[in-house]
Design a protein around this ligand. Structure first.
Ligand SMILES: Cc1ncc(COP(=O)(O)O)c(C=O)c1O
Length: 398
């Protein structure tokens, strides 16, 4: 028996990826399964972006690049942050990585150590706590409530700050809740971070998916002092349907970005060369694609949430961002299938997968045991069929 490092025993495989893999395996066996678990747009990568990748391969752009990414992509990121957020950065403040998840991992490696506490508003994206733990830090969850739209307040943040607090992770629009933080929420978080002297990690990967007039605001844009304390993390995966290309980026203080770059140079080296070229095209020309995708997601969002609210025992807040519905299913827990009580959201998700052939992600994974996450990044037909199946499966419970 090989003795593994203790750190791997402290984390678990990503539950979202596991659920998606299970749904894919069922589909491969010929089972007609509907996947609401995947965290990716169902649309294809835009043609112009694909062509840029193909052109890069044809031109022989297939070798190592600078470890922290090509200048052309850094410039495209700088232009994007100026255009969309009004933020000014220099190339030394940008690092290109293999997806935003990798950006966050590099950041954890560069920042966290034993004794550090990382504030994570709950419900949270599954990888935040595990990445803190992987880097010997302690995740400290800040609970937020559905009744207040899962918004944070300055007072709530303050309650969890100690002299060990190293950083807070802000994720707006949020995976899984779809909450978009109001500007006054961001101002309150920034005020506490400046006064109590900790960093802000702002994961803005869903920034383009906002609805009902909600506006995404980067916390870094609240002032030069806030920008100096913030690392913005973003990427092309969600906005341009490019999850498989693996390009993410970070923008922040030179010393932090430089340390992250050193970590990257000793681990992965550069992100994929042709994917970097494709990402340049996405950032410079991808806006019309986003507009069309978000218009489509908006229709699906309304349909899914309205339908979920008609299912007995389920209620669902209308999310303002991202592409997830996050219904409350607490009333269903304790109901029985074949005499066996369904006592957790994990058991309920398993019941839906086996009995309704619908994949969802249990709320436990996000620190919200009374919820399930449903992605609406799938066809209207799948949404309609999948929710009919879920309702029928619920009606079979005793
Ligand atoms: C909140 C959040 N951050 C970061 C990521 C990582 O995205 P990627 O590594 O594909 O850029 C995801 C993907 O699911 C996410 O939901």
């Amino acid at each position: 028996m090989i003795k593994l490092a203790k750190r791997v025993g402290r984390i678990s495989p990503s539950p979202t990826l596991r659920m998606t893999a299970e749904a894919k395996a069922m589909a491969a066996r010929g089972v007609d399964v509907i996947d609401f678990a995947a965290g990716e747009p169902d649309l294809d990568t835009p043609d112009a972006v694909k062509e840029a990748g193909i052109a890069a391969i044809r031109a022989g752009f297939t070798k190592y690049t600078a470890s922290g990414g090509i200048d052309e992509l850094k410039v495209a990121v700088i232009d994007k942050l100026k255009r969309d957020q009004g933020l000014a950065y220099d190339k030394s403040q940008i690092l290109i990585s293999c997806g935003a998840k990798h950006s966050l991992y590099n950041l954890g490696q560069a920042l966290f150590e034993a004794g550090d506490e990382v504030l994570i508003p709950a419900p949270y994206w599954v990888s935040y706590p595990d990445q803190a733990v992987l880097n010997d830090a302690t995740p400290v969850m800040i609970p937020t409530e559905e009744a207040t739209g899962f918004q944070l307040t300055g007072g709530l943040v303050e309650r969890y700050v100690t002299e060990r607090t190293k950083a807070i992770i802000v994720n707006s629009p949020s995976n899984p809740t779809g909450a978009v933080y109001q500007v006054r929420t961001l101002q309150a978080i920034a005020e506490v971070a400046l006064r109590r002297n900790f960093l802000i990690i702002s994961d803005e990967i869903y920034e383009k998916m906002v609805y009902d007039g909600a506006r995404h605001e980067s916390i870094a844009s609240l002032g030069k002092d806030v920008q100096a304390r913030t690392v913005v993390v973003n990427g092309v995966s969600k906005a341009y349907a490019m999850t498989g290309w693996r390009i993410g980026y970070s923008a922040g203080p030179v010393d932090v970005i430089s340390a992250m770059g050193t970590v990257q140079s000793q681990s992965t080296s550069n992100p994929n060369s042709m994917a970097q070229k494709a990402a340049v095209t996405a950032l410079n020309q991808g806006e019309p694609f986003i507009t069309a995708m978000v218009t489509e997601f908006d229709k699906r969002r309304r349909f899914m949430v309205e339908r979920l609210n008609k299912i007995p025992g389920v209620h669902c807040m209308m999310p303002s961002g991202a592409f997830y519905a996050f219904p409350h299913i607490g009333q269903l827990l304790g109901r029985k299938s074949g005499g066996e009580p369904i006592s957790s959201s994990t058991a309920l998700a398993t019941y839906f997968l086996t009995e309704a052939r619908v994949a969802t992600v249990p709320g436990e994974a996000f620190g919200a045991p009374d919820h399930l996450r449903f992605s609406y990044a799938t066809s209207m037909r799948n949404i309609a069929d999948g929710l009919d199946r879920i309702e029928a499966a619920i009606l079979r419970l005793s």
